[in-house]
Ligand binder design. Sequence first.
Ligand code: CAA
Length: 240
Amino acid sequence: MARTALVTGGSRGIGAAISKALKDQGCNVAATYAGNDDAAAKFTEETGIKTYKWNVGSYADSQAGIAKVEAELGPIDIVVANAGITRDAPFHKMTPEQWQEVIDTNLTGVFNTVHPVWPGMRERKFGRVIVISSINGQKGQFAQVNYAATKAGDLGIVKSLAQEGARAGITANAICPGYIATEMVMAVPEKVRESIISQIPTGRLGEPEEIARCVAFLASDDSGFINGSTISANGGQFFV
Ligand code: CAA
């Protein structure tokens, strides 16, 4: 039986690779995006994966969007909370707006994405919740007080959900990507990026597909005993 998967931020970057990997694994996939209509249309044209537009920072929008996905594709079995943004600034320059935007999308967005699908997963006694955290939630990062706080918070969400969902056949796990070759990392000033790459023992950025393969593994029916875990995929840059 084909599983239905929802991937937030699923039309670009790491999310696009995840959407494609889950489709290749036989899932019906819905990919959400926040604003870039052209990229979403191109993604659907190239992959055949349906895209849905909503702001994960809004509970009402998430609830309505998820209801639409479930009406069109069926009950969601796999949810990948991947949507994330950066608003980097040294702490003394960080504005309350930069703090709030990142909290709304990266942290509250995970609540808004998982909460509406959770009762259905409990009823059907199956679910896979996968949250894309970050190496910077594990180690902190200069200019990312906001982002690191949300990504560390994601780990708390997953470890708690793992305990609540276990008896209902639901697993919740996190992946902490290191620096991956996406637009987000390419937006970092080149000199800073070069210095980051020099700190990665493998000597290169990761590829989105290297994260997508971790997600596909955790999303499979066979991974039921892996629950509450964090997979670090960072080229050896940081060990927990
Ligand atoms: N460690 C220590 N000091 C650092 C530093 C670091 N990593 N990065 C910058 N600094 C220092 C600079 O050398 C500079 O010092 P001086 O004033 O003595 O010269 C100071 O901090 C920066 O001051 P600026 O006023 O120039 O800073 P700015 O307001 O222009 O901000 C920045 C610049 C936003 C920090 C920019 O350098 C930047 O974007 N850095 C990258 C941050 C980063 O790594 N973000 C990760 C994005 S990718 C991602 O988030 C995905 C993921 O999950 C891995």
